[in-house]
Design a protein around this ligand. Structure first.
Ligand code: GDG
Length: 478
């Protein structure tokens, strides 16, 4: 058994960073967040609290090889349905992504959300040492800071939102808006990817609080500084209990050096598709990602003969995601219909013009695919950051390739040397895709310079910098 309550640094996220191995054992899954936080977790007798990913399964705490304690929270099948699929992914997810599909407001989902947030907060309270630092992650756990503040006022609490924060007029639709705001304001520091998100939150704090008749007001201190592309915002607002809460933007990133190293796996995809211009899309199959629209843009370019089917190939990796939710099923159906239609019209036997993979690809292989791709097509209608765009750029250190990127991805603020497009406007996607194809084929010098600048930005702004900036700000605040 492990001494449970002596962890001076605790991360709490919906998911534990573990995967089930073939032999049935649980193995740590080293994603970007884990990689960034591992050194901090190791240095501080750290603990990660989260759900292992299987409803109804109870697991004992266990330690990773590097000494991090993983503390599982059990979710029942009902929790999974109401808290995870329901309130988190069919209410909050669409609401925070600007109503790309209508959010559903169900009281039973909200009640489950409160209960599960309480469950997570209690688990944290159990493992956190006196005066520990707790870092709460993402939209599934927005009530955790407020609950922890009540049951463990000794803790320093940070919260980071990985998805966009919507404009006040959208958030105000939420029947439980005051309680959610109060939950967030239990934190000492609230972090967002972008200045826009932070400003949406600040505007909302004033409005919702006004409606609720509480003491939350306009920010007491607000500074916006820096260049338009990488502005910083730091603000302090007053929580209902009189504490000052910091609000700031911390754009997340990837483990850039590790990603760049994995690009050595290049060649496999290229050897399959030959010398045709290779366009790549990589996403969870989610309606926010604009996969259908990018296929339609590609189809229209073929139809107008702006590009020839024997000269281009489009590879779309669309990893399964939230498959029991209606809008995800519909999106999958539409994407698969489009792939079939385009291949039916423009493919040849043994030479489809679109390749579609609906299963996860191992990471090294995926990084090799990025390195092979001439053009990366990233067209979300709305995205907190979009790590795929950064991964692609990290895999091109020689000015090769081109990134077509939605202006509504958080990443566009930093990666503004990309071919920026408006995913709501098919003509805009077509224009930028065609420009990227033309430039790459011509070996355009300016396109190479742009890729080089993007590469420099991603290599010098990695996930470690993100974690250090957040934790540094949290330490200074507390
Ligand atoms: C949320 C926010 C924000 C994808 N397919 C495979 C695979 N992936 C990996 C990618 C990338 C990650 O999944 C996706 O990250 P994104 O950032 O693009 O998107 P979300 O999943 O929506 O993430 C987002 C992020 O949180 C972090 O704050 O940027 O805005 O929505 O790393 O490589 N990985 C492997 N096989 C696949 O088939 N191995």
């Amino acid at each position: 058994m492990y001494p449970l309550s002596n962890n001076s640094f605790v991360v709490v996220a919906n998911r534990l960073p573990v995967d089930r191995a073939k032999d049935g054992s649980w193995q740590p899954s080293p994603g970007g967040l884990v990689t960034a936080l591992a050194p901090v977790l190791e240095k501080h007798q750290g603990c990660w609290v989260g759900w292992p990913g299987n409803a109804g399964e109870h697991l004992e705490p266990f330690r990773t090889d590097s000494g991090v304690l993983l503390h599982p929270v059990t979710l029942t099948e009902a929790d999974y349905e109401l808290f995870y699929e329901g309130f988190s992914n069919a209410t909050l997810w669409p609401l925070y992504h600007d109503l790309i599909v209508p959010p559903r407001f169900e009281r039973s989902w909200w009640e489950a959300y409160r209960e599960v947030n309480l469950k997570f907060a209690e688990a944290v309270a159990e493992v956190a040492a006196p005066s520990a630092t707790v870092w709460v992650q993402d939209y599934q756990l927005q009530l955790v800071p407020g609950i922890l503040r009540q049951i463990r006022p000794d803790l320093t609490i940070g919260f980071f939102l990985h998805i966009p924060f919507p404009g006040a007029e959208l958030f105000r639709q939420l029947p439980w808006r005051e309680e959610l705001m109060r939950g967030l304001l239990g934190a000492d520091l609230i972090g967002f990817h972008s200045v826009d998100n932070a400003q949406n939150f600040l505007a909302l704090a004033a409005q919702v609080a006004g409606a609720a008749g509480s003491h939350i007001g306009q920010p007491d201190e607000l500074e916006v500084e820096g260049e338009a592309s990488i502005r910083q915002v730091t603000a302090k607002i007053t929580a209902p209990d009189g504490r000052k809460v910091g609000v700031a933007a911390f754009p997340i990133s990837i483990d850039s050096a590790e990603t760049a190293k994995l690009s050595q796996h290049k060649g496999a995809l290229r050897s399959r598709v030959g010398e045709r211009t290779l366009i790549l899309g990589v996403d969870r199959l989610d309606y926010t990602k604009g996969i259908l629209q990018r296929l339609q843009a590609f189809e229209e370019l073929l139809e107008s003969e702006a590009i020839a089917p024997d000269e281009v190939v489009f590879v779309q990796i669309a990893t399964p995601s939230r498959e029991r939710i209606d809008h995800y099923r519909k999106t999958r159906y539409e994407v698969e219909a489009a792939v079939g239609r385009i291949n039916g019209l423009y493919g040849e036997i043994g030479e489809p013009v679109v390749h579609y993979i609906h299963r996860p690809v191992p990471k090294p292989q995926l990084m090799g695919y990025y390195a092979d791709a001439d053009i990366m097509l990233v067209t979300p209608f709305k995205d907190g950051m979009n790590l795929v765009a950064k991964e692609y750029v990290a895999c091109h250190d020689d000015g090769s390739g081109a990134l077509v990127l939605s202006e509504f991805a958080g990443a566009a603020a930093e990666l503004n040397d990309a071919y920026l497009c408006n995913p709501h406007d098919l003509e805009s996607i077509k224009r930028q895709l065609l420009a990227a194809i033309t430039d790459v084929r011509a070996g355009s010098e300016s396109a190479q310079t742009r890729m080089q600048q993007l590469h420099d930005q991603v290599m010098t702004h990695d996930v470690d910098l993100w974690a250090r900036s957040f934790l540094g700000a949290l330490e200074n605040h507390a």
